[in-house]
Design a protein around this ligand. Structure first.
Ligand SMILES: NC(=O)c1ccc[n+]([C@@H]2O[C@H](COP(=O)([O-])OP(=O)(O)OC[C@H]3O[C@@H](n4cnc5c(N)ncnc54)[C@H](OP(=O)(O)O)[C@@H]3O)[C@@H](O)[C@H]2O)c1
Length: 192
């Protein structure tokens, strides 16, 4: 099966998520347990751990679990959290709260990333950056699960379609074909 090339460090702004097949990056109430059980290609996590220089997130994700860190804590580096009211945020040594415009937040994040990539781990901030033309790549790992509700990667009612080009060899406008079978709750194939 065709796959993306390994990610590279290059001062890029990545909107990077694991996502359900129906487009959610978190379940209701920020649930993330749906991510367990999916396999990823060998070395994928290290690829991103090595090429990420800084992370930009939003206040809701932070407030939900201030102890959570990207890649389960395996990645270490500067984390920036955007909020309109930094004064009442739970402080942490590795986190800087920003209350500035998005272009400035990206400038600060890229400077801290020091030539590596800035990962945007927030749907709301990613959407705003996309509108400003400040996203270099949308980098998704689509997991074989349907959630039905939660936090969408891209929630922008009334917006015009945003056309994308697929990164890699071949026609950048080509569709990606996938085919799945439902399984039982225990992960076994249905039999008829
Ligand atoms: N699937 C994955 O791979 C993955 C990875 C990482 C995270 N996640 C999940 O992604 C979810 C992120 O949650 P979310 O998108 O609902 O919220 P969020 O982006 O974490 O937070 C939204 C909040 O960020 C602040 N904010 C956004 N834009 C701002 C701006 N321009 N200026 C100042 N502040 C701004 C605002 O906070 P104030 O109201 O305080 O101003 C806003 O209410 C979490 O559930 C997290 O677990 C998933």
């Amino acid at each position: 099966m065709s796959d993306t090339e390994p990610q590279t460090a290059g001062g890029k702004v990545l909107w990077h998520f694991a996502m359900s097949l129906d487009g959610f990056v978190a379940g209701p109430n920020h649930e993330m347990d749906w991510m367990t059980g999916a396999s990823v290609r060998p070395g994928l996590h290290s690829e991103y751990i090595e090429t990420t220089g800084a992370v930009l997130g939003g206040r809701d994700g932070w407030d939900h679990d201030p102890d959570a860190r990207p890649y389960g804590g395996a990645w270490k580096g500067p984390i920036f959290v955007l909020t309109h009211h930094p004064e009442d945020a739970t402080p942490a040594d590795d986190v800087t709260f920003l209350n500035c415009d998005l272009a400035e937040a990206v400038r600060i994040g890229l400077e801290a990333a020091d030539g590596k990539n800035l990962e945007v781990l927030s749907p709301t901030i990613g959407r705003q950056l996309l509108e400003l033309g400040l996203i270099d790549e949308i980098d998704l790992h689509i997991l074989p699960v349907l959630l039905g509700e939660g936090i969408r990667l891209y929630d922008n009612p009334g917006s015009a379609p945003i056309r994308l080009h697929r990164v890699g060899e071949g026609d950048p406008t080509s569709a990606v074909n996938v085919r799945y079978r439902p399984t039982t709750p225990a992960g076994k194939p249905f039999t008829r």
